[in-house]
Design a binder for this molecule. Structure first.
Ligand code: G6P
Ligand code: MN
Length: 438
């Protein structure tokens, strides 16, 4: 099988390749990127991985010259692009922060600005897939993953599936904190939401729900990320465990203050870190792997540092530092489809009525049964009113951004920005649009 990775010069591509080693499903990897230097450097990191000590069979690697060439003959396509690069991410943070509202990669005004820039490119990719590789499965990593997957699904139907590592990370951290084994046969859970806006509502071991006990146990809550971010009082009031990205919504004042007082924004930190890595690795390809591994570790250790600073300045769990989240979800999904190995994964797909407050075409993030047929949302209990309220609001933000990107309508773009709960004024939204060139 051939796997094509769009954004093949992406920093996390070696994690995907590493996870493929020793697995016969994928025999050939094709990388495509608009930046030849990044592609070259990632190619050098993969060379070291291929020659590594495991001796396991490794897929061949080909660097493709253009998009159609990369897509032709692909069985699976991972779409993991960053339109505008890390410099774009810096601007998406700084423009909102200068207006006093949150600037973040996927949340708030920053996420909407990133979406407006990314959607036309993602839709163009979907159209090329439909034209030259209509039988391929597209696994979308590109953020903001909810709105991007929904826009691509209008072209590709069920052949595109969006993924994120945050929900599965939450499930695993909560399970460990509750003393359960997330890999045990009798383990189950219930999760509902949109991408970067979801809630874990039950955690069952052999039919017994462990979540109420976990939420009532401050010591257990203080031992894992979401317990520390949200705190026992708020978790008891909610009665569920929110996705880490809800920290920006529930603690908007504290999160914004922490982002504003940090020495650099996340984007600015990564822009510097990544530029230094790609320059150094390009100058010394034999050292590319060692440089990559050191840089990766630093990136994982500093993830969501502002939110952690706002809640006591704790360090991440060692389990979360291997950076294996995205590739684990993507490869589990690819294997399930390729070999019809049925399993359940939390994925971004049209809800098809599973979430009754949203129309069936709306992409939601819910547990899905996966197999050769693709991904099928499992029935979920209805969301609480406050969850439904946030989901409906954010879905209208996503859909206004999709409309704006498709038509160029500034009015739709204004609606997308100003309806976002973390943008507190249409006047601010209007100025942000102007600053972003709308
Ligand atoms: C998590 C989220 C991704 C996001 C990433 C940012 O993995 O699920 O959607 O892109 O964090 O991490 P970074 O190191 O780029 O700040
Ligand atoms: Mn994500």
């Amino acid at each position: 099988m051939r796997l094509t990775i769009l954004g093949g010069g992406g920093f996390r591509v070696p994690l995907v390749y590493r996870a493929l080693l020793g697995d016969p499903t994928v025999t050939e990897v094709v990388l495509y990127d608009t930046d030849p230097r990044r592609l070259r450097v990632v190619g050098a990191v993969l060379d070291t991985l291929r020659a590594g000590p495991s001796g396991a069979p490794a897929p061949s690697v080909r660097l493709a010259a253009d998009l159609d060439d990369a897509l032709r003959g692909a069985d699976f396509v991972f779409s993991a692009i960053r339109v505008g690069g890390t410099a774009g991410r810096v601007r998406d943070e700084q423009l909102p922060l200068a207006e006093g509202v949150l600037g973040q990669e996927t949340v708030g005004a920053g996420g909407v600005l990133y979406g407006l820039r990314t959607l036309p490119v993602a839709v163009a990719v979907a159209e090329r897939v439909k034209a030259v590789a209509p039988g391929a499965w597209v696994i979308n990593f590109t953020n903001p993953a909810g709105m991007v997957t929904e826009a691509m699904s209008r072209v590709l139907g069920p052949r595109v599936i969006g993924i994120c590592d945050s929900p599965v990370g939450l499930v695993r951290r909560a399970a460990r904190a509750a003393g359960a084994d997330p890999d045990a046969p009798g383990f189950g859970y219930d999760y509902i939401g949109l991408n970067h806006l979801g809630w874990l509502r039950s955690l069952t071991a052999d039919g017994r729900d462990l979540l109420p006990g976990l939420l009532a146990d401050p010591a257990a809550l203080s031992g894992f990320e979401e317990g520390r971010l949200f705190g026992p009082a708020w978790l008891a009031a909610l009665g569920s465990l929110p996705n880490e990205y809800l920290h920006y919504y529930y603690f908007r004042r504290e999160a914004l203050a922490a982002v504003r007082s940090a020495p650099a924004t996340r984007g600015a930190f990564l822009d510097r870190q990544q530029s230094a890595f790609f320059a150094a690795a390009d100058a010394a390809p034999a050292d590319a792997y060692a440089l990559w591994d050191r840089t990766r570790r630093e990136r994982e250790e500093t993830y969501m540092a502002e939110n952690r600073a706002a809640t006591g300045g704790w360090a991440r769990d060692p389990h979360d530092l291997d950076g294996g989240g995205y590739d684990r979800v993507a490869l589990a999904l690819m294997r399930a489809i390729a070999r019809d190995e049925r399993t359940v994964l939390i994925l971004n797909v049209p809800g098809g009525g599973a979430v009754s407050c949203l129309d069936p075409a709306a992409v939601v993030e819910v547990p899905c049964e996966v197999g050769a047929f693709g991904a099928r949302p499992l029935p979920v209990a209805p969301p609480d009113e406050h969850q439904a309220g946030l989901m409906l609001t954010l879905k209208s933000v996503e859909r206004a951004a999709i409309e704006a990107a498709a038509t160029g309508s500034r009015t739709a773009a204004l609606r997308a920005l100003a309806l976002h709960p973390l943008v507190d004024s249409p006047a601010v939204a209007d100025r942000l649009l102007t600053a972003a060139g709308w």
